[in-house]
Design a protein around this ligand. Structure first.
Ligand SMILES: NC(=O)c1ccc[n+]([C@@H]2O[C@H](COP(=O)([O-])OP(=O)(O)OC[C@H]3O[C@@H](n4cnc5c(N)ncnc54)[C@H](OP(=O)(O)O)[C@@H]3O)[C@@H](O)[C@H]2O)c1
Length: 231
């Protein structure tokens, strides 16, 4: 059965990039880029990532296995327009996805066909529509929500996400773009519950996979007293 999955690299304080770059100049010189580069540093030497980018070398490591597995599980992708904008040039003529990618945006654009099986289809009808279209072509594999955080957060908030994997990097950025924040729209006494299903340690990052259980009310327990709780 097709699952909807997402995976993101985050700092210990939950940021997937540095503070949002709002200018129209050089994104690479921004704090947003610096934070993003730090939280995704674990990827760079992995053989599986280098192979997908068309680069030589790299290490056959735990991190490489995680990346290989992530790419192999996805039959189609959904991503936000800002992530696409950042990747369009560096991904080049043969992007690493090798599958259909649905870019969620308010800006209509013609489909881009690339070499190696990647296409970018721009969806202006919202995330639900993008996920449905991705499911229809995923061939029974997963639909992977590739990022950025704005997209992943909405999919989680809408109850559309089955599995979330966080690659937790042991660095505190202090400020930046936070994956899980009030825009999730939770009520005062409500949480989204997740169940850890796998933890993989590497020296520079911890990979934690969760199944998403869904929204649940927050209730007070008796703190072990055996007495009824009075709120
Ligand atoms: N740490 C990681 O693992 C990781 C992974 C991927 C990306 N990133 C980083 O994340 C950053 C980008 O993330 P982001 O959160 O800023 O942006 P994003 O999620 O990539 O894209 C946001 C854009 O998507 C479109 N969008 C979002 N929701 C929509 C909706 N419901 N309907 C229509 N369009 C919608 C809008 O585009 P329009 O303005 O065109 O309407 C919006 O501006 C970059 O710095 C990137 O490097 C980090």
């Amino acid at each position: 059965m097709t699952k909807v999955t997402a995976q993101m690299s985050v700092s210990l304080d939950g940021f997937y990039a540095g503070p949002r770059f709002t200018g129209d100049g050089n994104w690479m010189a921004s704090g947003e880029a610096a934070g993003f580069f730090r939280v995704t540093r674990w990827v760079i030497d992995a053989q599986a990532w280098r192979e997908r980018q068309g680069y030589e070398g790299g290490e056959q490591s735990t991190n490489s296995e995680i990346i290989e597995e992530t790419f192999a599980a996805a039959g189609a992708y959904v991503m936000g327009r800002r992530m696409f904008d950042g990747g369009e040039v560096p991904w080049g003529e043969e992007p690493p996805f090798r599958a259909p990618v649905f870019v969620v945006t308010h800006r209509p654009r013609e489909v881009l066909e690339r070499k190696g099986g990647t296409s970018f289809t721009f969806v202006t009808e919202g995330i639900e529509s993008a996920i449905e279209r991705a499911k229809a072509v995923a061939n029974g594999k997963d639909v992977a929500v590739a990022g950025g955080g704005t997209l992943v957060r909405q999919v989680l908030a809408a109850g559309l996400l089955d599995q979330l994997e966080l690659h937790i990097v042991p660095a505190v950025l202090g400020d930046g773009m936070r994956l899980l924040h009030p825009a999730l729209g939770l009520a005062e006494k409500e949480a989204i519950e997740l169940r850890p299903t796998r933890v993989v340690h590497a020296p520079d990052v911890t990979h934690v996979r969760y199944s998403v259980e869904g929204r649940a009310p927050l209730v007070l327990d008796d703190r072990g007293s055996g007495q009824p709780v009075e709120a």
